[in-house]
Design a protein around this ligand. Structure first.
Ligand SMILES: [Zn+2]
Length: 239
């Protein structure tokens, strides 16, 4: 398996709760190993309720609060909210520029985000378009964006955001994994980190726990682990 060495990671996902669902075990494991993890949430989560009585402002505020609570469970050191509209994410120059800015500001060794090539999962689930678009914009922000001075120069380099080289990019929620993180020891903590997103899944009983274990078992296929989260890794140091 790929030898992934890093001290600091910047994690990009579309919605509040995505990071915990897709990478929560990895984040907890990495924090336990002494690594620093920062989370950047692209959208405001405003489409996360079908309750007609739920106001937009209340939902956005609740989801930000839930995300901050989840970050305390996983040990994420900082949460950045970019505030894009939920369900309307495009691979835009605004989003690419915002991602590059955060990469240059925080100077992580690696970034993590969703695999933009995933449309369908196992005949059961069509990937959320926001996940794909965040993944697409992240690819552009990683290469050539973060390390290339002239890109959005007036808004970035001229304002003090100097080019930054990443050592790797990890794409989760993938059908083509080449790297797995063993999350067996942190499964309960992962489930807890998801469970604080009360607006998303009100019932976090045994059935939910069982489902989370099933997903982690399925994701571990191809590895030696019992429960895992999986990634498609671009390892730039091996070029
Ligand atoms: Zn999502």
């Amino acid at each position: 398996m790929i030898d992934l060495q890093f001290d600091k990671a910047l994690v990009f996902f579309a919605h509040p709760d995505d990071a915990e669902f897709m990478a929560g075990g990895s984040i907890i494991q990495w924090v336990n190993e002494g690594k620093e993890i920062i989370l950047c949430v692209v959208t405001n989560g405003a489409a996360g309720s079908n309750d007609p009585a739920m106001s937009r402002e209340k939902l956005i505020a609740s989801r930000m609060e839930e995300q901050r609570e989840a970050a305390k469970v996983t040990g994420v050191s900082d949460v950045i909210f970019l505030g894009y509209e939920d369900c309307m994410v495009e691979d835009s120059h605004d989003l690419r520029r915002d991602m590059i800015r955060e990469i240059r500001r925080h100077k992580p060794d690696i970034v993590i985000g969703p695999d933009p090539t995933m449309y369908f999962f196992a005949g059961q689930y069509i990937n959320h378009p926001d996940h794909r678009k965040v993944g697409e914009a992240l690819c552009a922000a990683v290469s050539p964006g973060a390390a290339t001075l002239p890109i959005y120069r007036e808004e970035l380099y001229d304002k003090g955001f100097e080019p930054h080289h990443l050592t790797a990019a990890l794409f989760g929620l993938t059908g083509s994994p080449n790297y797995w993180v063993d999350i067996e020891a942190v499964m309960e903590a992962k489930i807890k980190s998801v469970s604080v997103h009360h607006t998303q899944t009100p019932e976090f009983g045994d059935q939910f726990s069982e489902r989370m274990h099933q997903i982690a078992t399925f994701t571990a296929e191809g590895s030696d682990y019992k429960y895992a989260e999986a990634y498609r890794v671009m390892n730039f140091r091996e070029r």
